[in-house]
Design a protein around this ligand. Structure first.
Ligand code: ZN
Ligand code: ZN
Length: 367
């Protein structure tokens, strides 16, 4: 079974055939996030450069599902990851990929949008893509071809072993005719995971219940290096973090990021919070305008030049400054990668890790 991956869209794409694969130049990764950068990447399988109606070009890589998974996991994880962690990741990456390709009936809403002058509630889904199944950036799953794999043959061999050991295996929901689970993941929940419906469409999945995570509160570099690639290790304070803004700086950020002039920001008021502490409706009260914004990703985007680590924060005033004290990194729904790394390090099996973060889900071999 093949998957089509949209690697990049640009005014002009430059690539060349090498003996080991196709080399794409200037691929931009981590778009809009703090690790945003460009690099050259190498791919196996076939590469198609498609001309779009707006004059841009899109590079689409087609390859076998299990090869794709090996690359994705090598990109997401690191050489030192334990085998149980890699197996858990192989299962959720495979489930996440195959669910929309095989479970057509249960596709989630593409994009949520409730936009009035005083309310903007938005969420994003990956099936906004046209012409390919998944993109290569963090929006779907970070995929860097065989670039990293070839640079780290030992890591690649471990990942390949984990993919082989779980070949064709996904998580299914026995209460929903064994439908493939929506296996979301992120870096750190901050102590408790979040409900699906607070980040995306208003649908409750039983296996995406909010669960305690006593695991991701760690600064153990040996464990963190299993989940965070080199550039991610620039970031250390994800379990608890603080962001401080001068009042005029915050007003400028919100104006630039939302396109709305609120005037002076008078108050940031959490309206709705999920069980993990993530705010999914935030009222911004300014001297010229007031508005409720959500869900979590939109809040994170509006309150930072890049993205806040999460929307699980409290707002304090220190003189005229706004101080955001937050926890966790990412949306908090499903598997906590740092928590899973700690569980694997403590000797839990990949089945135990998966049933902790997806309670009630079951493993099943489907392809
Ligand atoms: Zn995508
Ligand atoms: Zn956690």
């Amino acid at each position: 079974m093949n998957v089509r991956v949209g690697i990049m869209t640009a005014p002009h794409i430059s690539c060349e055939q090498r003996p080991e694969g196709v080399l794409l130049h200037d691929v931009r990764i981590g778009i809009g996030f703090h690790w945003d950068r460009t690099e050259d990447q190498l791919f196996e399988g076939t590469m198609e450069i498609r001309d779009n109606a707006d004059g841009t070009q899109t590079a689409i890589n087609t390859l076998d599902v299990e090869d794709y998974l090996s690359s994705v996991i090598t990109s997401e994880m690191s050489a030192t990851s334990s085998l149980e962690l890699l197996k858990a990741h192989a299962v959720i990456s495979r489930s996440w990929l195959l669910r929309p390709m095989l479970n057509k009936a249960d596709a989630p809403a593409k994009l949520g949008w409730s936009d009035t002058p005083d309310r903007r509630i938005v969420w994003y889904e990956r099936d906004a893509h046209v012409g390919f199944d998944v993109c290569a950036d963090d929006h779907c799953q970070r995929y860097e071809g065989i670039t990293r794999r070839d640079a780290h043959p030992e890591a690649a061999a471990r990942v390949r072993a984990a993919v082989e050991a779980t070949r064709g295996m996904v998580l299914v929901d026995p209460t929903d005719n064994d439908a493939i689970c929506d296996t979301r993941f992120y870096k750190s929940c901050g102590g408790r995971t979040e409900l699906f419906e607070n980040a995306w469409a208003p649908h409750h999945y039983r296996y995406l219940e909010s669960v305690e995570c006593p695991y991701c509160n760690t600064k153990d570099a040996r464990v963190l290096s299993q989940v965070l690639n080199n550039y991610d290790q620039e970031t250390q304070d994800f379990y608890r973090w603080t962001v401080r803004y001068k009042a005029d700086e915050l007003a400028a950020i919100i104006r630039d990021r939302s396109g709305i002039d609120f005037g002076d920001i008078l108050e940031l008021k959490p309206v709705k919070r999920g069980p993990s502490g993530r705010i999914y409706e935030l009222e911004i009260i300014g001297s010229k305008h007031r508005m409720v914004v959500g869900k979590e990703l939109e809040i994170r985007k509006w309150l930072s030049r890049t993205h806040l680590y999460s929307s699980a924060f409290d707002v304090e005033r220190d003189g005229t400054d706004f101080v955001l004290r937050g926890k966790g990194w990412g949306h908090g729904v499903g598997l906590c990668q740092i928590g899973a790394a700690v569980m694997a390090d403590k000797g839990f099996s990949y089945e135990q890790i998966l049933t902790h973060y997806f309670p009630g889900a079951e493993l099943k071999r489907i392809i």
